[in-house]
Write a protein that binds this ligand. Structure first.
Ligand SMILES: Nc1ncnc2c1ncn2[C@@H]1O[C@H](COP(=O)(O)OP(=O)(O)OP(=O)(O)O)[C@@H](O)[C@H]1O
Length: 253
């Protein structure tokens, strides 16, 4: 039944035959991808394999890019990057409210929504702080709050935890998953970290030479732990798709 419902519901993201390149360089070479509403997808791939190019194509952020193909994505989407991109001259709440206008689906005005979003990410009471007064992890929390204010149907996250220390990263994993449980947007998370992908996502894609080399469903209950021995078999498959040899070496392309 669930499979039937999934089949009948239009995907949140629909991509067919997507190519993207910069000058002579072909980065995406005829990609097909459907992301159902509410699915949490992680995207892995070597540096330069085109992960950010795909994410930016979905968000329509690149204007010096060439390409063809079909791409449908929700209008209500948010993007979170590796750096928080908070404006240093605006207080935290004002950053979170940037561009937010009108009442939301529950009739809340922007300021109320902004305060609510900051509370959800654990930053209640920090509304009037300047970004420079927040730690790196807190700045990323504020960036997540800013993305929530838009009630996105799709959250695009480009290595949002890449610059954080290991313990802060773990806390942010828990937070992101909790936010997903509560709001259920579709998520496309770009990461270099195989374990992060397995612990957070329900589906992991590996981008290789402009196409998906692997599309893997992670069939483990949440919350997941890095210590779970079941992670091992998924890790093996993903490392193999990334060309990482058993001795840790990397196969030449
Ligand atoms: N604006 C641009 N102009 C020219 N080339 C670009 C541009 N943006 C990306 N590229 C090239 O496209 C290719 C893919 O880049 P992209 O940033 O998508 O890779 P990535 O998989 O996200 O890499 P990383 O993991 O290192 O962030 C690279 O060869 C890069 O040099």
């Amino acid at each position: 039944m669930a499979a039937l419902v999934e089949h009948l519901t239009p995907p949140a993201v629909h991509i067919s035959g997507l190519t993207r390149g910069f000058g002579e360089r072909v980065v995406l070479d005829g990609i097909d991808l459907d992301i159902p509403p509410g699915q949490f997808v992680a995207l892995l791939g070597h540096s330069g394999s085109g992960k950010s190019t795909l994410l930016r194509a979905i968000a329509d952020l690149d204007h010096d890019v060439t390409g063809t193909g079909e791409l449908q994505a929700p209008e209500r989407l948010s993007v979170v990057f590796q750096d928080s991109r908070l404006l240093p001259w605006r207080r935290v709440l004002d950053n979170v409210l940037l561009g937010a206008r009108g009442k939301d689906s529950q009739g809340k005005d922007p300021a109320e929504r902004g305060r609510g979003a900051l509370a959800e990410v654990g930053l209640a009471g920090r509304e009037r702080a300047w970004p420079s007064q927040l730690s790196g992890g807190e700045q990323q929390r504020a960036a997540l709050a800013r993305s929530l204010v838009w009630e996105p149907e799709l959250l695009l996250a480009d290595e949002p935890f890449g610059a954080l220390d290991a313990l802060t990263r773990l806390k942010m994993h828990t937070l992101l998953r909790e936010l997903w449980e509560r709001h259920r947007p579709s998520v496309l998370l770009v990461t270099h970290d195989v374990d992060e992908a397995i612990v957070l996502a329900d589906r992991v894609l590996v981008l290789d030479q402009g196409r998906f080399g692997l599309d893997l469903t992670i069939d483990l209950p949440h919350p997941r732990s890095y210590r779970d021995p079941h992670l091992g078999e998924y890790r093996e498959q993903l490392l193999a798709a990334l060309g990482v040899e058993e001795d840790g070496g990397v196969k030449e392309a």
